[in-house]
Design a protein around this ligand. Structure first.
Ligand SMILES: Nc1nc2c(c(=O)[nH]1)N(C=O)[C@@H](CNc1ccc(C(=O)N[C@@H](CCC(=O)O)C(=O)O)cc1)CN2
Ligand SMILES: Nc1ncnc2c1ncn2[C@@H]1O[C@H](COP(=O)(O)OP(=O)(O)OP(=O)(O)O)[C@@H](O)[C@H]1O
Length: 201
């Protein structure tokens, strides 16, 4: 069922979050496996060597199997880390099986910050973002912190070769998403069932 007439962005965010939180562990597991299959169909993913992902939280589509695949394929995996000085921004820190992890203010595990493991956004080949909702035009609604929008804003002025891909459950598609001027549209959105292609990078 698609959500309609939810004009209040906070109410829409809550409704979309509840939908993904309601998925059973078995549905999450199936979605996670289907996500890996979809990613493997993309030439840009096969060719990528520096890939940013995330650790699933709040019912998000779980990229754990994609992370495992990347490690086996010798790709460097990065996770978002809340910027220690630049409020509202993210850094991308190398993530390995033995990385020392620390919970951030939202309780999401992050690799401990160390200069050598940092990768500037422009040097990533692919950046997969979590999202709460998306529309047919490639706009995303996130958790409401503006972290990805702020961090990706420089790409508007100074385009880089990073492909920005939103990951979502099928039930997170929403026609009536409010689009803000600062929103950064996705190049692609991948759900367990489908890859949406919006723009090449
Ligand atoms: N898995 C994952 N990692 C991520 C993000 C994300 O959306 N998902 N982020 C994407 O930006 C950044 C963190 N942003 C977040 C923003 C809000 C909440 C959150 O749970 N908010 C609570 C209020 C918590 C509080 O203020 O104490 C809520 O809205 O219920 C979580 C992450 C970086 N890492
Ligand atoms: N490029 C930017 N510069 C300054 N402020 C920004 C920028 N992008 C977003 N913001 C601010 O961040 C706040 C949250 O934005 P929004 O609701 O679009 O976040 P979101 O995309 O849902 O969250 P996230 O990106 O963390 O998943 C807004 O109040 C907005 O003013």
């Amino acid at each position: 069922m698609k959500l309609r007439n939810t004009h209040n962005p906070q109410a829409l965010r809550q409704a979309l979050r509840r939908k993904r939180q309601a998925l059973s562990p078995q549905q999450q597991q199936q979605a996670s496996a289907a996500l890996l299959e979809q990613c493997q169909r993309l030439a840009s993913f096969q060719q990528a060597s520096h890939v940013a992902l995330y650790l699933a939280n709040d019912g998000e589509l779980d990229p754990a199997q994609v992370i495992q695949h990347c490690w086996k394929a010798g790709k460097a995996v990065y996770l978002p880390v809340l910027h220690p000085f630049c409020a509202g921004n993210l850094l991308f820190m190398r993530y390995q099986a033995d990385s020392l992890m620390i919970a951030n203010r939202y309780g999401i595990a992050e690799p401990r910050l160390e200069c050598p493991g940092l990768c500037p956004v422009g040097q990533l080949d692919m950046l997969f973002t979590p999202l709460v909702g998306f529309n047919q035009q490639g706009n995303r609604m996130g958790m409401g912190g503006g972290y990805y929008d702020r961090t990706l804003a420089p790409l508007k002025r100074q385009p880089a070769n990073v492909e920005v891909v939103g990951l979502a459950h099928n039930c997170q598609q929403c026609d009536s998403l409010p689009v803000q001027p600062w929103d950064i549209p996705m190049h692609k959105i991948i759900t367990p069932d489908k890859i949406f292609h919006f723009q090449s990078q």
